[in-house]
Design a protein. Sequence first.
Length: 55
Amino acid sequence: MVLEAVNQAGTVTVAPIDVAAWPTKLVTPVKARVAVVPKPNGTFAAYAVVVFTGF
């Protein structure tokens, strides 16, 4: 899941980013944070990427 947190005049909204928009949203110098839940076998059980806009 990739989410975008947008700050507009002090109001913060969070919404998912469609897969088709990832190449335009995830570019340098984007501020982003990644959280991962690992499995013992080295794969991921879950992940989240949050992209920050206007911060």
